[in-house]
Design a protein around this ligand. Structure first.
Ligand SMILES: Nc1ncnc2c1ncn2[C@@H]1O[C@H](COP(=O)(O)OP(=O)(O)OP(=O)(O)O)[C@@H](O)[C@H]1O
Length: 327
């Protein structure tokens, strides 16, 4: 069943009940499964930035990789401009793969350290047989300019660059095929705070210039606040809250979101929210608690939360929450 959309623009990306379950073998004859992503439905509108936030291990990167089709889901469907990505013919599939690009936390791990920057940036064009050699070279030079590096960087190696410069190259490489949609997976988490803001501003400028749509993945609520139009909060493989960025930060509804927001500096959150301290660690995705998976850490849990799994319900336009306290 497709997600019930609110009466708004046709989404660029539609994620419908997406699932990534990893089999873990058996213990005492019972099959164990790790539910990295457990039935997520989301849509992303053209030109917006959807922030995806949550603690380490909650499944954010897996959602990103599934959306970029770097991973094959174990369930659910993915639509791009209304087309079911699992049903494409190979020519169309190839076209759409160019439209969707992924930016990793550290591009160093995803690029060949033996190649100079010019070759790294030219590679996507070569693979897709785009342009003549001189045209590709001109495009590389132009792209370096767009991301704020001069021509001398063409002949350097990725290991010679600072963290911020490396991430500029990661972004440039993702943009070489003129995509419409970028999945940014913790793009500034490895950088110093001063460099973080330069990269975030670059991403905002590029979004304007090239009419890009972003799925912005981060565990850092400040960064997500700065970048996003809407924010989805993840906990143990599920979305627990989805809202416009200002609503989410000024009046978070889900107790998990409230705890996350209450831990950030006052200027980004409603002034009257008291600090909610979460007890314990996030449970393992291979042993998710019964009922609401957050009940083991929720200060407001009642008996029903231990038994019944809540669904992500639309409670008012633009606002969804998965919590029995908000039914
Ligand atoms: N190939 C795999 N096989 C088994 N389990 C996996 C695999 N990849 C990820 N996982 C597990 O899936 C869960 C979600 O991982 P994921 O990397 O998506 O989380 P995350 O929220 O992005 O966290 P982080 O920011 O730490 O990467 C984790 O429990 C992780 O250990």
């Amino acid at each position: 069943m497709a997600i019930q959309l609110e009466p708004q623009r046709q989404p660029l990306v539609e994620i419908d009940q997406l699932q990534m379950h990893y089999p873990l073998g058996s213990i005492w004859g019972s099959k164990q499964t790790l539910k990295a992503v457990d039935g997520i439905s989301l849509h992303i509108r053209k030109g917006e930035t959807l922030g995806l936030v949550g603690e380490s291990g909650c499944g954010k990167s897996t959602v990103g990789q599934l959306t970029a089709r770097l991973l094959e889901p174990t369930g659910g469907r993915l639509f791009y401009k209304g087309e079911d990505l699992q049903k494409l013919r190979s020519g169309r599939d190839n076209q759409l793969r160019k439209q969707i690009q992924y930016v990793f936390q550290d591009p160093y791990t995803s690029m060949n350290p033996k190649h100079i920057i010019a070759a790294l940036l030219e590679e996507p064009l070569r693979i897709h047989r785009i342009g003549t050699r001189p045209e590709r070279k001109a495009k590389v030079r132009d792209m370096l300019k767009q991301i704020g590096l001069n021509e001398s960087y063409e002949f350097r190696y990725i290991h010679e660059l600072s963290g911020g410069q490396r991430q500029r190259i990661g972004i440039a490489r993702a943009l070489m095929l003129q995509p419409e949609f970028l999945i940014l997976d913790e793009p500034v988490s490895a950088l110093d705070v001063s460099v973080q803001s330069q990269i975030l501003n670059l991403l905002k400028d590029l979004q304007q210039q090239f009419s890009l749509t972003y799925l912005f993945i981060s565990h850092d609520l400040n960064v997500v606040h700065y970048m996003s139009d809407r924010v989805a909060v993840m906990y143990l493989g599920k979305i627990v809250e989805l809202a416009d960025v200002n609503d989410l930060y000024t009046s978070p509804l889900h107790p998990y979101t409230r705890a996350l927001v209450s831990a950030i500096p006052a200027k980004h959150r409603g002034q009257r929210q008291e600090r909610i301290r979460l007890q314990g660690e996030i449970p393992s995705a291979s042993a998710t608690p019964s009922g609401c998976a957050f009940h083991t850490r929720c200060p407001f849990a009642v008996e029903r939360c231990r038994r019944e799994t809540p669904t992500l319900r639309l409670i008012r336009p633009g606002r969804r929450v998965s919590c029995h306290l908000h039914e």
